[in-house]
Design a protein around this ligand. Structure first.
Ligand code: P1T
Length: 387
C-alpha cells in the first residue's frame, strides 16, 4: 500500500501501516515480544529490546508524526509520561513558564515533583500578558496548553513561539495539543518545538487506553527524548499501541462529529436560562475567539460552562445526566461530564483554583459522537433537575 501525505483523512488511515511482509496481513501485528533474536552480538534487524523499540509501536509513531505534520514521534505510556520525559531534559535551577490553566496532573507534576528536584515553574496567564513578563535567564521550557483544560482559554501559539525564539537561551516550546487534536490544530507549523498528546483522549478515541505521544521535527531533540524514555521506561505495551493505531483510522470522522455536536450544544447552552456562561472557542462571545479562528481548523469537542446557582445545583445536574457519563477523561466517542474542582483539577490547591476561576459551578463537557438531539435533550432535562 502506498503511503500518501495528501490529506489528513488519508494519513489517518494509511500512515505507518503496511501489510505484514511475512503474511500480507493488512493490519499491523501486535508484536507481543520483549526481546529479539540476534544473529551475532549487536547484529539484529533494528530491534533488540522492547523498552527501546517495538515494531507495533514504530508503526504508531510513524502515524503520530504524520498526523502532526512532523518528522519524528515517540509513543509513551501516558500523557503525563510525556510531560515527565520533557522535563527530564532540564537541569537543577532551570525554570519553566507554563500556561496557568493546565490539566491538573500537569500542574501537579511541575509543582509537587519537579519543584522538589530544583526545576521551578511559573504559571502565567498568556492570554492577558506576554511571555517576556515571566521569563528569567534560566527559562528553558515554555509550556503551552491550548485550548486549556478546563477553561478553554486560547493561547496564540505563534506569538509565544516568536517571543521564545527571541530569548538568548532558546527555550523549548511545547504545545499540549490534546484538546484540539491534530485534526484541528498543527502547532509544529506554528513554530512549536514539540507537540504533546495524551493519546488516551481523541487520538485513541475509545476510552480503552492510557497513552501519550511526543512529536518533533528536531532529530537531536528526539534522540534526547528517546534517551530519557528508554532510561526511565515509560513505554506503551504493543496491544495499547495497536489499539491507538486502530483508533487513529477514524480520527478525522470522529473529530468532525465531535466539533459539530459541540458547536451546536455550546449555542444551545448559551441560550439556556439555567446556564450562567458558556466557554467554547467557536462562540463569538469567547474572549479569544479571533485567535481560535485563526489558529484552529475547528473548535473541538470540549465545552465548559457555569451552571446557575451553587455547588448543590451543579451536583443535582451531574447526578441527573443520563447519556453524559460523570467521569474523568475526555475525547472518547461517548459523551462525558466532569466537575473539575472536585474531579480532574482537585490536585490544584484551592486558592490557585479559585484565582483561575475553577469554581464549584464550573462544569466540563466532552461531547461525544451520539445524535445531537439526544445529547441536547439530556442536558436540558438535567438542567431542569438542577433547580
Ligand atoms: O492521563 P494522561 O494520558 O497521562 O494525560 C495527561 C493529560 C495531559 N494533557 C491534557 C491536556 C490532559 O487533559 C491530560 C489528562 N486529562 C484528563 C484525564 C482529564 O480528564 O482532564
Amino acid at each position: 500500500m502506498k503511503e500518501t501525505k495528501d490529506h489528513f483523512e488519508t494519513i489517518a488511515v494509511h500512515a505507518g501501516v503496511k501489510p505484514d511482509p511475512s503474511t500480507g496481513a493488512i493490519m499491523t501485528p501486535i508484536f507481543a515480544t520483549s526481546t529479539y533474536v540476534q544473529v551475532s552480538p549487536g547484529k539484529h534487524q533494528g530491534y533488540d529490546y522492547s523498552r527501546t523499540h517495538n515494531p507495533t509501536r514504530t508503526a504508531l509513531e510513524t502515524s503520530l508524526a504524520a498526523l502532526e505534520g512532523g518528522k519524528h514521534a515517540l509513543a509513551l505510556s501516558s500523557g503525563c509520561t510525556g510531560t515527565d520525559v520533557l522535563t527530564h531534559l532540564l537541569e537543577v535551577g532551570d525554570h519553566v513558564v507554563s500556561v496557568d490553566d493546565v490539566y491538573g496532573g500537569t500542574s501537579r507534576l511541575f509543582r509537587t515533583i519537579w519543584a522538589r528536584h530544583g526545576v521551578e515553574t511559573t504559571f502565567a496567564d498568556l492570554t492577558q500578558r506576554s511571555l517576556q513578563d515571566f521569563v528569567t535567564p534560566k527559562t528553558k521550557m515554555v509550556w503551552i496548553e491550548t485550548p486549556t483544560n478546563p477553561l478553554l482559554k486560547i493561547i496564540d501559539i505563534e506569538k509565544v513561539v516568536q517571543a521564545a525564539k527571541r530569548l538568548p537561551q532558546k527555550p523549548i516550546v511545547v504545545v499540549d495539543n490534546t484538546f484540539a487534536s491534530p485534526y484541528f490544530q498543527s502547532p509544529l507549523d506554528l513554530g512549536a518545538d514539540v507537540v504533546l498528546h495524551s493519546t488516551t483522549k481523541y487520538i485513541n478515541g475509545h476510552s480503552d487506553v492510557v497513552g501519550g505521544a511526543l512529536i518533533t521535527n528536531d532529530k537531536g531533540l528526539l534522540d534526547k527524548l528517546h534517551h530519557v524514555q528508554n532510561s526511565i521506561g515509560g513505554v506503551p505495551g504493543p496491544f495499547d499501541a495497536f489499539l491507538v493505531l486502530r483508533g487513529i483510522k477514524t480520527l478525522a470522522l470522529r473529530m468532525q462529529r465531535h466539533g459539530e455536536n459541540a458547536f451546536e450544544l455550546a449555542k444551545f447552552l448559551e441560550n439556556h436560562p439555567l446556564v450562567e456562561r458558556v466557554l467554547y472557542p467557536g462562540l463569538e462571545s469567547h474572549p479569544q475567539h479571533a485567535v481560535a479562528k485563526r489558529q484552529m481548523k475547528g473548535y473541538g469537542g470540549m465545552i465548559t460552562f457555569f451552571i446557575k446557582g451553587n455547588l448543590e445545583n451543579a451536583r443535582k445536574f451531574l447526578e441527573s445526566v443520563r447519556l453524559f457519563a460523570l467521569a474523568e477523561s475526555l475525547g472518547g466517542v461517548e459523551s462525558l461530564v466532569d466537575h473539575p474542582a472536585i474531579m480532574t483539577h482537585a490536585s490544584i490547591p484551592a486558592e490557585m483554583r479559585k484565582s483561575l476561576g475553577i469554581t464549584d459551578t464550573l462544569i466540563r463537557l466532552s461531547v461525544g459522537i451520539e445524535a445531537l438531539d439526544d445529547l441536547k435533550a439530556d442536558l436540558d432535562q438535567a438542567l431542569k433537575r438542577s433547580l
